[in-house]
Design a protein around this ligand. Structure first.
Ligand code: SF4
Length: 249
């Protein structure tokens, strides 16, 4: 059995019963410094997971994908949240300059090929960081109710790139998220009150109408540019290597 598989089996056998913040605490104690990181989009409900992480260890690396396509409100929100909950180690991961120059010199690939654009601006920078730092485990804020693909998720799982994934909010309902968010008096992303309930890059995010699914505003433009394209639901950082192999340059 590989070292990472052994760590996974041991961690899972001891900790699968824990509640969200307890699980983060257990992971912080279990993994060596720098080998456990958290992802954050600094989107609509991200502050809840960030607050849990900060309460356990506010120096844990928080990886933010700085795609260079964010709303200005999101970039300001990153700074505001860092102050509010005293996050000390937010790391902005940027796309590789050479790849951008070669593949997306105009910055408009999102109109023509969203999968490749997400690979350049999100998947590649994240994979590169994880490889360079030998990260063993990542904490995500994904919830099972969000998409069909996410319904299969577990709280503690292995991905197909050989990393352990911890999803402390996996089985939280939308109401429970909102309730806990209010209980902790967390700062809300400013676009939420304008109807943005899932927030990604500006060109690929629109507000949702009452009654629409919270992620229906993500990549809603795809069929405007490519009428026969399948609706995209994931940027790729939560998909397996096999599922994104055709996105790679
Ligand atoms: S969300 Fe849109 S702009 Fe952002 S990386 Fe993906 S396709 Fe590109």
């Amino acid at each position: 059995m590989s070292e990472i598989q052994t760590l996974f089996e041991e961690f899972k056998s001891k900790n699968s019963h824990l509640e969200a913040e307890e699980l983060i605490d257990a992971a912080d104690k279990f993994f060596a410094k720098g080998k456990l990181v958290s992802f954050s989009s600094f989107g609509s409900w991200s502050a809840l997971l960030l607050d849990m992480v900060a309460k356990v260890n506010n120096e844990m690396p928080i990886l933010f994908l700085e795609t260079q396509k964010h709303f200005p409100e999101t970039l300001q929100y990153v700074e505001d949240i860092k102050q509010c909950i005293q996050l000390r180690n937010v790391i902005a991961l940027k796309p590789d300059d050479k790849i951008l120059t070669n593949i997306d010199p105009q910055g408009e690939l999102w109109k023509l090929n969203v999968d490749r654009c997400c690979w350049i601006r999100k998947v590649e920078p994240l994979d590169r960081y994880i490889e360079e730092t030998s990260v063993q485990a990542v904490i995500t804020g994904r919830r099972a109710y969000q998409t069909k693909e996410r319904q299969k998720m577990e709280t503690i799982e292995m991905d197909d790139k050989g990393k352990i994934r911890l999803n402390p909010l996996a089985f939280w309902s939308k109401d429970k998220i909102k309730e806990e968010f209010a209980k902790r008096s967390l700062l809300q992303h400013p676009l939420v009150e304008q109807g943005y309930h899932s927030i990604g890059c500006a060109p690929c995010t629109r507000a949702v109408n009452p009654g629409e699914d919270e992620r229906s505003g993500r990549w809603a433009h795809v069929t405007d540019y490519q009428p026969n394209a399948l609706q995209k639901t994931e940027c790729g950082i939560h998909l397996g290597a096999e599922e994104t192999k055709d996105w790679v340059i």
